[in-house]
Design a protein around this ligand. Structure first.
Ligand code: KG4
Ligand code: ZN
Length: 376
């Protein structure tokens, strides 16, 4: 049973318990016969956010504490790995304490401890992995190793209580751009990904050249509101019948445009550049996503990762999905960017199938997203 002190907080969980159990059973999960399926403490330290969360039954957030390091990295124009690791070391235990306190539970009361073990910055990942292993050992808890990108996709299950697989997911973060066929909670198939830069990375690099602060995505998004997306014709890469992306050509085209304007002493309309660049990124993201949805006969589209917060991506997908009778899901802003609740959510579906890690767990900085690669 849930600890009595937290019953009020998690009353919403009780309503979802049955359907979660049925889903788990349908997915072939080994579910023990008891009231609550899981109460998981999640940890996320893969990049520049130190986060800890407590999630019940994979769907109800009891707490989700996020300590962002953005201020420390901003003056360098990007994340400095060494600073990230040091800040995680300072923050990880206070953030865990706060997450447990806000959830109204003690460490002994959680069923398992979940941690992001990749992909990400190795030094940053290691802080979370070491902390999770130490806590699991000290408190005698099960350990769950979570793929960060899967966490981003699963953030949607926290936001949309009735969402269930199958669906196509577009993962657009600072480090990754991938199309994934989520056949079931534990069957994720990578269809295609970027061959070079990730979408978020392209946003960040262009913003940097335009003198905007890190992270550049939200800045470009804001600036583009005042620009004309048709002003400059930037290239759309890899049009055609595949699920792959490429943003380095587009990035070079924008950089060339800015440099040659500067050399010729012309004033550049930054809002037009931002709008024209943004629409080029969004065009390729949306067309490839719709292609995958149609090829796999899906009715649901899920967007995940930091760039899922982009307003043009959201409005374009909203229109396109409505025209085709598709349902579109994306997380609210606070669950789009890195957070531990999404890690604990993903971990729940590993927990119910007994997919545990042990104390030999190590960080895997280039961890791939998929279990099966049916796209190749
Ligand atoms: O998923 P995330 O928090 O971190 C990674 O796992 O990489 O994504 C961060 C990325 C950054 O590149 C940031 O510029 C981008 O998401 N981003 C955006 C927006 N908000 C965040 N990109 C475009 N438009 C936005 N509104
Ligand atoms: Zn992320």
């Amino acid at each position: 049973m849930l600890p009595s002190g937290s019953l009020a907080v998690v009353s919403g969980v009780i309503g979802t318990r049955k359907s979660d159990r049925q889903t788990a059973l349908a997915a072939g999960g080994k579910v023990e016969e008891r009231d609550r399926l899981s109460l998981i403490l999640g940890l996320e330290t893969s990049c520049d956010e130190t986060s800890a969360a407590v999630v019940a039954d994979g769907r109800a957030i009891l707490s989700n504490i996020i300590s962002s390091q953005i201020d420390f990295h901003q003056k360098f124009g990007g994340v400095v790995p060494e600073i990230a690791s040091r800040k995680h070391i300072e923050n990880v235990i206070p953030v865990v304490h706060q997450a447990l306190e806000e959830a109204g539970i003690r460490l002994e009361e959680v069923d398992a401890i979940a941690v992001t073990y990749g992909p990400g910055l190795v030094g940053a990942l290691l802080v979370g992995v070491a902390a999770a292993k130490a806590m699991a050992f000290a408190a005698g808890k099960k350990l769950l190793a979570v793929n960060h990108l899967e966490g981003h996709i699963f953030a949607n299950f926290l936001a949309h209580k009735t969402l269930e697989p199958p669906f196509i997911a577009l993962v657009v973060s600072g480090g990754h751009t991938s199309l994934v066929f989520i056949e079931d909670y534990n069957r994720l198939n990578l269809l295609g990904q970027t061959r070079d830069d990730a979408a978020g990375e392209a946003f960040d690099k262009i913003a940097r050249v335009m003198g905007l602060p890190y992270p550049g995505g939200p800045q470009i998004d804001r600036l583009a509101q005042d620009g004309n997306p048709q002003a400059i014709k930037f290239p759309r890469a890899l049009v055609g019948n595949n699920y792959e992306f490429s943003f380095s050509g587009l990035k070079s085209a924008v950089l060339n445009y800015l440099n040659s304007a500067r050399q010729q002493g012309q004033t550049v309309n930054h809002a037009d550049v931002a709008a024209s660049f943004q629409v080029a990124v969004v065009d390729s993201l949306v067309s490839k996503t719709l292609q995958a949805v149609s090829d796999y006969g899906m009715k649901k589209v899920v967007v995940a990762g930091g760039v899922a917060a982009n307003s043009l991506l959201r409005s374009t997908l909203t229109k396109s999905c409505a025209n085709r009778g598709l349902s579109l899901f994306y997380p609210p802003q606070e669950l789009c960017t890195d957070n531990a609740a999404m890690i604990a959510c993903r971990a729940h579906y590993q927990y119910i199938t007994g997919n545990f890690a042990d104390l030999r767990l190590n960080a895997v900085p280039s961890l791939a997203l998929t279990y099966e690669n049916i796209g190749q």
